[in-house]
Design a protein around this ligand. Sequence first.
Ligand SMILES: *[C@@H]1O[C@H](CO)[C@@H](O)[C@H](O)[C@H]1NC(C)=O
Ligand SMILES: *[C@@H]1O[C@H](CO)[C@@H](O)[C@H](O)[C@H]1NC(C)=O
Ligand SMILES: *[C@@H]1O[C@H](CO)[C@@H](O)[C@H](O)[C@H]1NC(C)=O
Length: 510
Amino acid sequence: MGAATGVAAVLLASLAILAPSARGLNRGEFPTGFLFGAATSAYQVEGAYLEDGKGLSNWDVFTHTHSGDIDDGRNGDVADDHYHRYMEDVEIMHNLGVNSYRFSISWARILPRGKLGGINSAGIAFYDHLIDALLQKGIEPFVTLHHFDLPYELETRYGSWLGAGIREEFDHYADVCFQAFGDRVKFWTTFNEPNLFTKFAYMLGAYPPKRCSPPFGNCHSGNSQQEPYIAAHNILMSHAAAVDNYKKNYQAKQGGLIGIVISMKFYEPLTNSTEDIVAAQRALSFEIHWFLDPIFFGEYPKEMREMLSSNLPEFTPAEKMLLQNRVDFIGVNHYTAIYAKDCISSPCELNTYEGNALVFATGEKDGVRIGKPTALGGFYDVPEGMEQVIKYVNQRYENVTIYVTENGYSEYNNNNMEDMTNDTGRVNYLEGYLSCISSAIRGGAKVRGYFVWSLMDNFEWRFGFTVRFGLYHVDFVTQQRTPKKSAKWYRDFLTGSGPMGEVQTLRAYS
Ligand SMILES: *[C@@H]1O[C@H](CO)[C@@H](O)[C@H](O)[C@H]1NC(C)=O
Ligand SMILES: *[C@@H]1O[C@H](CO)[C@@H](O)[C@H](O)[C@H]1NC(C)=O
Ligand SMILES: *[C@@H]1O[C@H](CO)[C@@H](O)[C@H](O)[C@H]1NC(C)=O
């Protein structure tokens, strides 16, 4: 990558929009049964935050009590109003031609008070209707149990993931979902990006329960050097218990698969100094190995044990036993590659996402960016990073089956819909990343699905509604959904019905 990447980015940016097949990207390159979808999460799209017996979630309370921590001060009270408009949204997916939809269940909608209260039947009914409507249209539900939001009562009782009592709560919630939906849901993931949200929640103090300590931030309370690892430990054991339950009690009769989704930046050394090369490995360890080494090898990575010593919990023999249940697949959320600079040999700013690895991440080398910037700081269009990260996971984790569960491109919101729907940057991005997935598959990686983040513009956590990730534009006043150029491009790719469709058909028959 490096210099060559910069050239590639310039080339990409200067190409006019071409139909997918014109660049040699063809659905036929992907294995049969490959899932092509789009993704959302409950808090980001559902709205209806007080309706039909739903309990308050940690994010409902956080966005109301800490609106200053959200760029536009807004919240997900209404979001995309998907709770009331899900039939229209299923129709949109049908038009798009996807064969899968990745969404998350709102824990607080199903179990408003956790284990203590009863099951909210209206919550079950909502997901029943959604799942049935998807299946009617030939769209496979791909379900996340935990995508950042949980019942507020559990946040107050356990500090969310800090108290070990949360493990039984998650196990119970997962069991309720397997029982209610597992006859129709064949793809489950326990957690979305636990390696990312624990840092934002317990190290940087940017997500609820907003805990941290200097130099990472100034929160009311917390310990940035320790709590992310305690929370992660409870998450890993919650994950393991849910996988154990699914494998023992549901998998044989329901015939589904279960995995976990990890956020994966790809780190390139800033220079070819030994220090930076080792720093990039360290950053990958703190990003990827932190969760996947315990799941595959029953142990935290060596680098983390050495650097964190007693701040990193240890697995008891009983915990190691539980971890031995293999996941059926790994979900990879990948958006960007970035350079890693060593902070041991020379001091640098450490109150960042990579700070605990003593790494400083930067998108620039000698004034040249690693790829075209997007609306999110530190996120660049570097399609080769996708191939690298897939190869990396494939090699380290024994040829595991991979689903790319998120990949997408953000733009700053301006209120000009014509401009927002003319999203050529997103089309270039998706085309580049899909080509690199295709290349990784040719190289032997077992990738079996791909989900664009996101189906539609939505509430983007601490950025509120200031950035847009959707294939569909959403007008948050009227709730009107409008396909962007990228939606049309994706549909052409999936159906071969675009301007190049005839060519593809001819090729298929020649
Ligand atoms: C790598 O290091 C060598 C000297 O050790 C230098 O000449 C070369 O330019 C460096 N390459 C990159 C890509 O930084
Ligand atoms: C992974 O796949 C490669 C190539 O097919 C094979 O050589 C290797 O033994 C596999 N590794 C494991 C751990 O299954
Ligand atoms: C869309 O954007 C491209 C540049 O990215 C521009 O060349 C084109 O004219 C725009 N089309 C419309 C309809 O605005």
